[in-house]
Design a protein. Structure first.
Length: 136
């Protein structure tokens, strides 16, 4: 019986460790307006397929990565947000982007990374970081 319980515990542990989740997001607390502001999102899809990674500023979507879409990346106009297209690095486990031409009054705010899984689950996970833009 003990061996059976140990096997069940191991199966349960393995299923929990491979669960769909956003593992980390990084963004500077303070960004220098002369620099490229890097935003980085890491995730573990577990047994699910990545549907999309979306980036938001103050709840307005400005970037979307859909690995299976006809158009893999899409940009949406948001005041104070200009994507440095050379810095985009997205795949099934990570989505890193850079913002350029930062504006002190318009580029700061709440930046959110949101991941979603394919059908039928369409699960969501997200994380938000506040960024202040400073400099002369």
């Amino acid at each position: 019986m003990e061996k059976h319980d140990a096997i069940l515990s191991l199966v349960y542990f393995a299923s929990c460790t491979s669960a769909f989740r956003l593992t980390s997001m990084s963004a500077p607390k303070v960004a220098d307006l002369r620099d490229i502001m890097e935003l980085d999102c890491h995730f573990d899809m577990g047994q699910e397929e990545l549907y999309a990674v979306k980036w938001y500023k103050d709840d307005q979507e400005f970037f979307r990565y859909m690995p299976r879409g006809q158009q893999e990346t899409r940009l949406f106009p948001v005041p104070g947000v200009k994507l440095d297209t050379r810095s985009v690095d997205c795949n099934k486990n990570r989505c890193k982007i850079g913002l350029t031409d930062l504006k002190k009054m318009h580029s700061g705010g709440a930046y959110r990374c949101e991941i979603s899984s394919e059908a039928p689950a369409f699960r969501l996970a997200s994380e938000t970081h506040n960024v202040t833009v400073a400099g002369k």
